[in-house]
Design a protein around this ligand. Structure first.
Ligand code: G1P
Ligand code: ZN
Length: 543
């Protein structure tokens, strides 16, 4: 078997975003595009000779091709062993767990998360480090820098590995082991949660429905929820991972998981509904007759986590991304534990988790997770909810109401303006930045801006600083509006506007969210000129 060195020329656009490099499949299909990026990853790492690399993806179109490439290139670059999920499948949290469990050097996760798949859809490559989490900015910046000067890549001249047969074989002196993608992950979940209690709940007439959205969590949810926990057969919907997710957008929100929402609001709704995204790291939680916002879910899970065996000793701290609502802060305050506010993106939680400063983390974008892995974890959130429900024996609605009565309610919504003209979006943000020094003290009806800034994060562990992480308007009554541009889109720009208001009065906990936030929404448009600058009358997605 020979190792070839192939000459190449750099691409200028291989800058990893919030979560790895994401582009249209057609971009990845350009000659040497994926090869260049993979080699740029390897060139930015040191000391992996003979070490283990975990490789897997969410099963989307082009997954198998890039897995074969990554295997051949890992061999040529000197890795000693590759672990790959059967069929090329690994959910993002399962990949994180495998890296940790096997003390791997790192992992290559192939996914574009909740973005659509198929020949015209999106694809992505992300590098995870040895703690199981997404590479920190220092590494992603090095990868980008390397991608701009790369002139060759190394690849083994070897046939494709049969990804559908478990077991080990050799590729150019490197061992490739195809493993069951579900088993290790399911075992970890059994360690964290009281499966007996959940089984008792489910056998007592408590009905659940889980929509795998034709994406990667299907096999995991079938095995764990139906086979191991005894949920009724058919509780897991759309459980076959499809390369194009059945033509759907595998994003578990109220727009793309609308059918689930309708089911859960119906007269004969099951007790608990949930969904996960393309690569299995996001979660949507809907109780009978109540949608739980991801920010609230984080707070409610943190407040009740001690009911699950894995968290019975309590939490070291809670971390949330800056745009996520402050609901979790109130729980942390009551518990007397620390709360950390990080920039958007899971990579910022890694240091806090490694240092034992935080146990549970969450983002408003339907991401929740804990120290068990270094990624957010959709099924984990579902199982923690089920464990809590099994112990409390109350409905999701009752648990939410009691939570709000105890801590107050943070009304919260995110407005996304997708595929906006990039120049218009950049101008909008630049204009906001230009106003920052003069906004404090401005009055809009009953609202008065206390402070306005561009969020910067000072990592308490490695002291790194990440600037320009979102423009914040902070009002005197504690309300907030945050503006930032997405770092995961592949077409034009996506403007995200996050709106939040705290309501302590239980008599006012039943308002419609958009109505409760209406005056803040108007101020957001007033200050940023959203309609004028983007030409849009309304957001494309409201969550
Ligand atoms: C989005 C979410 C962010 C999440 C990321 C990856 O990033 O907002 O919370 O970590 O996807 O799932 P964005 O597109 O906003 O940069
Ligand atoms: Zn995802």
């Amino acid at each position: 078997m020979t190792i070839k060195t192939v000459q190449t020329t750099p691409f200028s656009d291989q800058k990893p975003g919030t979560s790895g490099l994401r582009k249209k499949v057609t971009v990845f299909q350009q000659k040497n595009y994926a090869e260049n990026f993979l080699q740029s990853i390897f060139d930015s790492l040191e000391g992996f000779a003979g070490e283990t690399l975990v490789i897997g993806g969410d099963g989307r179109f082009y997954n198998r091709e890039v897995i074969q490439l990554a295997i051949r290139m890992a061999a040529a670059n000197g890795f000693g062993r590759v672990l790959v999920g059967r069929g090329g499948i690994l959910s993002t949290p399962a990949a994180s767990h495998l890296i940790r469990k096997n003390k791997a050097f790192g992992g290559i996760v192939l996914s574009a998360s909740h973005n659509p798949g198929g020949p015209d859809g999106d694809f992505g490559i992300k590098y995870n480090i040895g703690n199981g989490g997404p590479a920190p900015e220092k590494i992603t910046e090095a990868i980008f820098a390397r991608s701009r000067t790369i002139d060759s890549y190394r690849i083994a001249d070897a046939p494709d590995v049969n990804l559908d047969a478990e077991g080990s074989r050799e590729v150019a002196g490197m061992t490739v082991t195809v493993i069951d993608p579900v088993a290790d992950y399911a075992e970890l979940m059994e360690e964290l949660f009281d499966f007996d209690a959940i089984r008792a709940l489910l056998s007592g007439g408590f009905r659940i429905v889980f929509d795998a959205m034709s994406a990667v969590t299907g096999p995991y949810a079938k095995e764990i929820l139906e086979n191991r926990l005894g949920a009724a057969k058919g509780s897991v919907l759309n459980f076959m991972p499809l390369p194009d997710f059945g033509g759907h957008h595998p994003d578990p929100n109220l727009v793309h998981a609308h059918a689930l929402y309708e089911t859960m609001m119906g007269d004969d709704a099951p007790d608990f509904g949930a969904a996960s995204d393309g690569d299995g790291d996001r979660n949507l939680i809907i109780g009978k007759g109540i949608f739980v916002t991801p920010s609230d879910s984080l707070a409610m899970l943190a407040a009740n986590a001690h009911l699950a065996p894995g968290y019975s000793k309590g939490l070291a701290g809670i971390a949330r991304s800056m745009p996520t609502s402050g609901a979790a802060d109130r729980v942390a305050e009551k518990m007397g534990i620390a709360i950390y506010e990080t920039p958007t993106g899971w990579k910022f939680f890694g240091n806090l988790l490694d240092a034992g400063l935080a146990t549970i983390c969450g983002e408003e974008s339907a991401g929740t997770g804990s120290s068990h892995v270094r990624e957010k974890d959709g099924l984990w959130a579902v199982l923690l909810w089920l464990n809590i429900l099994a112990m409390r024996r109350e409905s999701v609605k009752d648990i939410a109401r009691q939570h709000w009565a105890t801590y107050g309610r943070n009304y919260y919504s995110r407005h996304d303006y997708e595929e906006v003209d990039t120049t218009a979006a950049n101008d909008l943000v630049a204009a906001l930045r230009g106003q920052l020094s003069t906004l404090a003290g401005t009055v809009f009806g009953a609202l008065r801006i206390r402070a306005a800034d561009d969020f910067a994060y000072h990592d308490p562990v490695d002291r790194s600083v990440s600037e320009h992480q979102g423009i914040r308007l902070l009002f005197e009554d504690g309300s907030r509006v945050v503006f930032r541009l997405s770092g995961t889109g592949t077409t034009g720009a996506t403007l995200r506007v996050y709106i939040e208001r705290f309501e302590p009065d239980p008599a006012r906990h039943d308002l419609d969210t958009q109505e409760a936030l209406a005056d803040l929404i108007a101020v957001a448009d007033d200050v940023a000129g959203i309609r004028r600058r983007t030409g849009r009358d309304a957001p494309s997605v409201i969550t």
